[in-house]
Ligand binder design. Structure first.
Ligand code: C2E
Ligand code: CA
Ligand code: CA
Ligand code: CA
Length: 279
């Protein structure tokens, strides 16, 4: 058993060393990728449950490396967040999404907002309001066509400055959404106090719809509460017609998910807008 213990210890250090090396390697690849601008944004529609019309797009970053393995945002965003590199990428995302939204708006295609994910690091940055103001000013995009998604966790982690920060962002005319709602141990008190426009119900609850009675009840409760507080409620990760049916029955405002459309490159997202204008 002793022998075994030693082996497993050695095994673990080896594995850990390898993981650390991989992490190091990925981190320096990411550093280079930011300098080399290897990122693009894809856009996923949010669709009105009642009319089927597009209510907005969420901008989602994609890394298209010149060389090496493709890596998904679920992997590289947390790493960028830990290293602080997210501030550089996040600023690019903000500017790029505003530029794209303005192009669509100028072409008469877009009168709904584009949503940008603000990472916890970005949201807690002292200058976050200034960064957003600059992205709007540089692009010329009206604030009303930009929505910021802030995770419930990031809102809750903050102290009293959260309230002030949200109010200053609101004063720029932008819309504010709570992302991943239901995962952040929030107190309900803050929901009514903060100047929010939208709740996005986390996909983990939507996954259980129609399968798990508890998920059904949680989702119904979130929808009722959101509406009671005059917040638009969006369900994330809607993949099948049964989920959509249940959400419609519960009065959910909008859905986002593979059922209604995957995240698309800008040109294809624009094609959907054009198509919608024609019907
Ligand atoms: P998120 O903000 O919760 O974004 C939703 C994620 O769910 C996206 O994954 C989207 O592609 C995926 N998704 C949408 N509909 C469905 C569906 O029906 N089924 C399934 N299985 N997945 C669906 P993605 O693009 O891989 O992004 C993962 C996470 O990475 C995002 O979660 C967000 O936290 C982060 N992220 C992505 N882009 C950015 C960005 O530009 N800035 C920041 N700070 N974070 C980002
Ligand atoms: Ca999001
Ligand atoms: Ca989310
Ligand atoms: Ca999520």
């Amino acid at each position: 058993a002793k022998e075994n213990g030693r082996n497993s210890y050695h095994f673990h250090t080896k594995e850990l060393t390898r993981a650390a090396e991989n992490r190091q390697a990925l981190e320096s690849r990411l550093h280079r990728a930011i300098t080399a601008q290897e990122f693009v944004l894809h856009y996923q529609p949010q669709v009105d449950v009642a009319s089927g019309r597009i209510l907005g797009f969420e901008a989602l970053v994609r890394w298209q490396p010149e060389s090496g393995e493709p890596v998904s945002p679920g992997v590289f965003i947390p790493l960028l967040e830990e290293t602080g590199l997210i501030l550089a990428l996040g600023d690019w995302v903000l500017h790029e999404a505003c530029r794209q939204a303005l192009r669509w708006h100028a072409a008469g295609l877009l009168d709904v907002p584009v949503s940008v994910n603000l990472s916890p690091h970005q949201f807690q940055h002292l200058d976050v309001v200034e960064l957003v103001r600059r992205a709007l000013a540089h692009s010329g995009l009206p604030g009303a066509l930009l929505e910021l998604e802030i995770t419930e966790g990031a809102l809750m982690a903050q102290d009293l400055t959260t309230q002030a920060r949200l109010s200053e962002l609101k004063a720029l005319g932008v819309r504010l959404a709570v992302d991943d709602f239901g995962t952040g141990y929030s107190s309900l008190a803050y929901l009514s106090r903060f100047p929010l426009d939208k709740l996005k119900i986390d996909k983990s609850f939507i996954d259980g719809l129609g399968q798990d009675e508890r998920a059904d009840k949680i989702v119904a409760t979130i929808i009722a509460m959101g509406q009671g507080l005059d917040l638009q409620v969006v369900a994330e990760g809607v993949e099948n017609a049964e989920q959509l049916q249940l959400l419609r029955a519960q009065g959910c405002d909008a859905v986002q998910g593979y059922l209604c459309g995957r995240p698309l490159p800008a040109e294809q997202a624009a094609a959907r807008l054009v198509q919608e204008r024609q019907v």
